[in-house]
Design a protein around this ligand. Structure first.
Ligand SMILES: [Fe+2]
Length: 469
């Protein structure tokens, strides 16, 4: 009860009492379930344990929650004021964690929360949603006016209220945002790619308005055979027709080594690569960012990767030349693209998609990027905040501070895409990265389909709040 008083604001004592009972009972149920099973709880167990609490939370008409703030501030003050100013039809959720980090992870986001990922320029802001599911996300400066209007309309019928909240989703001036669709490990030529290609392609055509540019981080085909390349070429040309710009391709070990492996020079095969545009520096004036493309399969035996000092130096040289010809790119954020994962996997690391198991784990030494420290240090010194990769057939997100030679450490985030074709019975995955050119803020959304065509589900959102917040 003391805890409930601390975390719940309401003039209705009975409401606080009821919530505290549900919370206590749910917590006890979860502990009991955990004690009787020596493994992580299943989603169905968690759902059962939280059923009463969930029912109580679902009894409101309007919900508010501040999102994207890094420290207590104006958003919290507004939320607290709103909590005191509401009727029993409104629930204000005020997350208590302010750990000061620049990223915020949201697992299994509810549909209203997905609005937040689409608008990095509006953080920190207030998320409003209705019991019927409609939602809007607004910068904190506009939150008060929206709140007052919606509060006045709470007696209206559900349709009127839904129309009112949707009105806020049509801003007079649309902020400029760039959206990158991240695919990886297609393995054209593999039986699974043949089975699942139509499903992925149909889905991408459905969401084609949601992205401006496509990035594919390697293993475009399964082997260096002509029919594998033909399969990829057909898909690639369809993607080009759906997108206004050419997809940016990165090579993986399977694109240049027989069955993805090589020992010394045996297994290297570059026959089909001459048709692909693989220039190391790609400037995107609309997204206002520069992509740096690395071939991480340049060296390294078996499925391991390696980026040589020569390659790092060459990319640096080309970047400097481009900057001379296009001075405007000096301010563009840089995104590094490669196939192999730059951060090694920790044995206990949890995957983004918690349904997937890690079949590669334990064999890291055969698939890792050799000397990844040199690559990450190069990225830190060149001010690269974001790295996109594939390779492990597992969606992944990891951010670390990397030492720089002459200045303070820089945070580098690596976003990994699993296999978009669900190779080897894995889920079919893709990521959406939303970028706002005017601020260093972005979000990464991770999607997956279990492989049976039951629908792509958003597993996780990561909000990167940038240096300016
Ligand atoms: Fe692969």
């Amino acid at each position: 009860m003391e805890q409930a008083d601390k975390f719940l604001i309401s003039s209705n004592r009975a409401f606080i009492h009821l919530f505290s009972i549900y919370a206590r009972e749910s917590s006890q149920r979860l502990q009991d379930d955990q004690a009787s099973h020596d493994r992580p709880l299943q989603a169905s167990q968690v759902k059962r344990a939280l059923a009463d609490l969930r029912g109580a939370f679902q009894s409101f008409d309007l919900y508010l929650m501040p999102v994207g703030r890094q420290a207590p501030g104006r958003a919290d003050a507004f939320a607290e004021w709103a909590a005191h100013a509401t009727s029993s039809k409104v629930l204000v959720l005020l997350p208590t964690s302010h750990n000061g980090t620049k990223t915020l992870d949201i697992f299994d986001p509810a549909p209203p929360v997905q609005e937040v990922a689409k608008q990095p320029d509006n953080w920190p802001g207030m998320l409003f949603w209705l019991g019927t599911g409609e939602a809007t996300f607004a910068p904190i400066q506009q939150a008060e006016a929206i709140f007052i209007r919606l509060k006045e309309m709470l007696e209206s019928d559900a349709k009127t209220l839904a129309t009112a909240i949707n009105d806020y989703n049509r801003p007079a001036v649309q902020e400029r945002r760039g959206r990158i669709l991240h695919l990886s490990d297609l393995h054209f030529g593999h039986r699974d790619a043949l089975d699942r290609e139509a499903y992925l392609e149909t889905h991408l055509m459905e969401i084609q308005g949601d992205f401006d540019r496509v990035v594919i981080t390697g293993d475009l085909f399964d082997d260096t055979r002509e029919e594998d390349y033909r399969g990829f070429f057909r898909f690639w040309s369809a993607l080009q027709r759906a997108s206004s710009k050419e997809p940016i391709l990165v090579l993986g070990n399977h694109d240049q080594r027989t069955f993805g492996n090589k020992l010394a020079t045996l297994g290297e095969d570059y026959r089909f690569l001459q048709h692909l545009d693989l220039s190391p520096v790609v400037i995107d004036g609309d997204l206002q960012c520069t992509f740096l493309r690395f071939n991480s399969s340049e060296g390294g035996n078996f499925a391991r990767g390696n980026i040589s000092q020569n390659q790092l130096r060459d990319v640096g040289t080309l970047l400097d030349i481009k900057r001379k010809h296009h001075p405007e790119i000096a301010d563009y954020p840089k995104i590094a693209l490669l196939h192999h994962h730059p951060y090694p996997y920790a044995p206990e690391e949890k995957p983004v998609d918690r349904r997937s198991s890690s079949w590669f784990r334990g064999r890291e030494s055969l698939v890792e990027l050799e000397d990844s420290e040199s690559f990450l240090r190069w990225c830190a010194n060149r001010d690269v905040p974001l790295v996109m990769h594939g390779h492990k057939h597992e969606s992944r997100y990891r951010a670390e501070f990397i030492d720089r030679t002459h200045s303070a450490p820089r945070e580098i985030t690596a976003v990994g895409c699993g296999t978009s074709m669900g190779i080897g019975g894995r889920p079919q995955t893709y990521n959406l990265i939303t970028w706002t050119p005017d601020s260093e803020r972005w979000s990464a959304q991770f999607f997956s389909d279990p492989g049976d065509g039951s629908g792509f589900h958003e597993d996780k959102i990561v909000l990167y709040r940038g240096v300016s917040l």
